[in-house]
Structure formats: structure tokens, C-alpha cells
Design a protein around this ligand. Structure first.
Ligand SMILES: [Zn+2]
Length: 432
């Protein structure tokens, strides 16, 4: 009997060994493979057709050709039916938890509201949000405790309250207080409200920048004017969080930004939101908007007293500034400055998720190619916000955060609206 058994063991080993060396040795057991897809990994120039994305424990292992001789023979298969994969979109300038519908303030602050907004972003393919200011304390709790991947929530990075000190001493104090919460960025506004209030002077904002940098935290600045954009960068600021809206950007600003590798989030939809509700906007008939919008909010925005709020000096100024904002974005882009997708969505009537798609469409209309817009919304947004060690592309070791679309977004950025699935850490976002 012993001899027979020994013979059997030998035979099985000889028979099975070529199969084992071809697959199981190379791949961990619990891989998930997204098959039959055309993939843009965010790092390559072109898309890879007839490909598969191999993931392990929520992270990317590799992109493989479907006919690769070493294609794994085990693992969970998700057949993507010849759809497209691009990295999850990153909004480099959003806001979470500060508003609910048209209401803002402490009465709407809750962890639940923050979570609902992160889920909403995720359903639109925005798998990461950098929230730049005015979040409630509850947002820090969600950032620190949520399991984003398992709950279909966009990943959250945030700055906490916008700092507004009156003196360099107060700047130091405010930054020290904020650091207890471990912010990912700090945020300031250098803005005179179109001549209606005092603007933060350079000696104060430079103190905020220095205090933030002492803690290794980068600073994003809200600006309107060219002069302030230059001042911020000369004093060490790390991101222009809006377009320059008073004058054409000049070579002095462009060179300052290139020297220090500073990015901009143009937030073109922010300008739109200031005047668009004066009348009923066309997008109130867009099924892609209506799929998620609250009918009560749509109704409120069509009441005459509410429409009235979207008229006046500020509405006129920013409506007229929008073409210049687009031109300035293109001047920077053509000079080699990285433009990162950023919308300023989250305050009342700046619709999270939908506005990111509107912004990308405006970037395309301004002259960027669909591929350039995609790069702004993924890899560049991650690099600009200093989160590219784990996000922004589908390269080995990064989170498997991605959007599945039916139509090719390289043909037209509007094709990103044909969302068929969104995955965060290789987990499907529910409700799509
Ligand atoms: Zn903002």
C-alpha cells in the first residue's frame, strides 16, 4: 500500500506543477480582476484596449492584456463588458458638511450630512474630495474614522475652518489651534469682497503661510486679483484656489508659479453659481442632474425672492469675469502650469458631483482636450494636493479607485457621464 501511495503523490505533483508555477506562484489568492475593459491608468499617454485590472486588498496590482500568457487563472472576476476604466476623479477644491440644500450653518452640521455628501460625490465618480474650508468639526471625525471603501464614500482630505487672523501673532495662534485636528491643508481668503471689506495684508498671510509650513502643512489661498495671486506665491503659498479674475495673467505670475511648481484650481462653476439662478438654468432639465438633485431645492431656486439673490453687483462682476477666468486658465495650462480639477462645490446651490462634470465640460470648451481634462481631474489633482503617493493613477500599489463608463471619455469629456460603475478600493459604490 505504501508504494502505491507514494507513486500517486509523485504523479500528481508532476502533473500539476506546471499549472501551479504558471499562476498561483505569481498572484496572491484573494485577487479581484476587472476584465474585458479599455483602461487609461492615468500615467500612460494612451488607453490600453482589451485589458484587465488586477487588484489585491483594494489596491492595484497591475494592468494586463486579456491575452497575456501569464493571465491569472484564479481570483474573483468582474466582467466589465467592454466598458472603459479611468482613475477616480479628484476634486481638489470642494467643501463638505457646511450646507444642506440651501441652508448653511451649525443647524445642518452633522456626521450624517458629511457622509451623505461624500456618497453623492462618489456616485458621480468623484472618489476623492479635498475640502478647502468651513467644514464642521464632524467632518474631521468622518475623515479620521470612516471606512471609505466599504461605505461608498469619497475619500476626504480637509483644511478645517478658513483662517482669518488680524495680525501675525493671531495668525500663529490660529494655526497652532487648528493643528490639533491635523489638517491636510490650511486655507485663507485674500479678498476685499469687491471693495466692501478689508483685505488680509501680506504681513498677516505670510505669517499664516510660515506657521503652516512649520507644521509641514501646505496652504491654499482664495484670491480674486492678480496682485494677490503674486503676493501669495512670493510669500510661499502652495495653491491658487480660484482663477485670477481681474486681469489677464502675466509672465511674472506664470514664472513665479513655474519656479515653485504651483497649481491652480480654476473653479469656473463657482462663477456660474453666483449668477445662474437669476433665471431657471437649462441644467434643471438635465437627467444627469435630476438623478440626484433634491426636488425641493430645485423648486426653491425658482422662487422669485430666491432668484433675486443671484442678481446685483457680485453676480454681474463674476458673470463678466468668467470668460477671463477661462482665458487665464488656458494661458497657465499652455505655459505648463498644472491645472487641477476644482469646483468649489458644497456651499448652497453648488451641486456636489454634478458641478464637477459641468466644470470638466467648461474646461473642454475653453480649449483643453478631453485627455488633458482627465489628467487635471486625476493625476494632476493628486499631485497638486500632495496625495499622489496613493491616489490619482492606477499604478501598482495605489488605491483601486476608478470609474467605469460606457462611452470613451477620451473622445469627449461628456462621455464621463455614461457612468456604469464607480469603485473605491476595488469596492463598488452602491446606488449607481
Ligand atoms: Zn472654496
Amino acid at each position: 500500500m505504501k508504494t502505491v501511495n507514494y507513486f500517486l503523490v509523485i504523479s500528481l505533483t508532476v502533473l500539476l506543477s506546471p499549472i501551479f508555477t504558471a499562476c498561483s506562484d505569481e498572484y496572491p489568492e484573494d485577487i479581484i480582476i476587472f476584465t474585458n475593459t479599455t483602461i487609461w491608468d492615468g500615467a500612460s499617454v494612451s488607453m490600453q484596449e482589451n485589458s484587465a485590472l488586477v487588484t489585491h486588498q483594494g489596491r492595484v496590482l497591475e494592468v494586463l492584456d486579456m491575452n497575456d500568457p501569464d493571465f491569472p487563472e484564479h481570483g474573483d472576476i468582474v466582467d466589465l463588458n467592454n466598458h472603459y476604466i479611468v482613475p477616480g476623479l479628484i476634486n481638489a477644491h470642494g467643501h463638505v458638511g457646511m450646507a444642506r440644500g440651501l441652508e448653511a450653518g451649525p443647524e445642518v452640521h452633522s456626521e450624517e450630512n458629511v457622509r451623505e455628501q461624500l456618497a453623492l460625490y462618489a456616485r458621480y465618480g468623484v472618489t476623492t474630495v479635498v475640502s478647502l474650508g468651513d467644514e464642521p468639526q464632524e467632518a474631521f471625525t468622518v475623515r479620521d474614522q470612516a471606512d471609505f471603501s466599504s461605505n461608498g464614500l469619497a475619500r476626504l482630505f480637509m483644511s478645517g475652518p478658513v483662517l482669518n487672523p488680524d495680525s501675525p501673532d493671531e495668525a500663529f495662534e490660529q494655526v497652532e489651534n487648528l493643528m490639533q485636528h491635523n489638517p491636510d491643508w490650511t486655507k485663507i481668503r485674500v479678498d476685499d469682497g469687491l471693495g466692501t471689506r478689508e483685505k488680509m495684508p501680506p504681513e498677516v498671510y505670510s505669517a499664516v503661510i510660515d506657521a503652516s509650513h512649520n507644521h509641514g502643512v501646505p496652504l491654499a489661498a482664495h484670491i480674486v486679483y492678480l496682485e494677490d495671486a503674486k503676493g501669495i506665491i512670493e510669500n510661499g503659498g502652495d495653491l491658487l484656489a480660484h482663477s485670477v479674475r481681474d486681469e489677464p495673467v502675466d509672465s511674472e505670475l506664470i514664472n513665479l508659479m513655474l519656479e515653485r511648481d504651483i497649481c491652480i484650481t480654476p473653479t469656473l462653476t463657482r462663477e456660474v453659481s453666483v449668477y445662474i439662478y437669476e433665471n431657471r438654468p437649462d441644467f434643471f432639465d438635465d437627467p444627469f442632474f435630476l438623478a440626484e438633485a433634491d426636488p425641493d431645492v430645485i423648486d426653491q431656486l425658482q422662487q422669485p425672492d430666491v432668484q433675486e439673490r443671484y442678481t446685483g453687483e457680485a453676480a454681474d462682476y463674476f458673470r463678466e469675469a468668467l470668460p477671463l477666468a477661462k482665458e487665464n486658465m488656458m494661458r497657465m495650462h499652455n505655459s505648463g502650469i498644472r491645472v487641477a480639477l476644482g469646483t468649489d462645490s458644497g456651499p448652497p446651490a453648488r451641486f456636489q458631483g454634478y458641478f464637477e462634470h459641468m466644470e470638466m465640460e467648461m474646461m473642454q470648451e475653453a480649449g483643453m482636450t478631453p485627455a488633458e481634462v482627465l489628467q487635471s481631474a486625476t493625476r494632476y489633482a493628486a499631485e497638486c494636493m500632495q496625495i499622489d503617493d496613493e491616489l490619482g493613477t492606477l499604478e501598482e500599489g495605489k488605491w483601486a479607485d476608478f470609474v467605469v463608463t460606457e462611452d470613451n471619455p477620451f473622445d469627449d469629456i461628456r462621455n464621463l457621464r455614461t457612468i456604469r460603475g464607480v469603485y473605491i478600493g476595488a469596492n463598488p459604490v452602491p446606488g449607481i
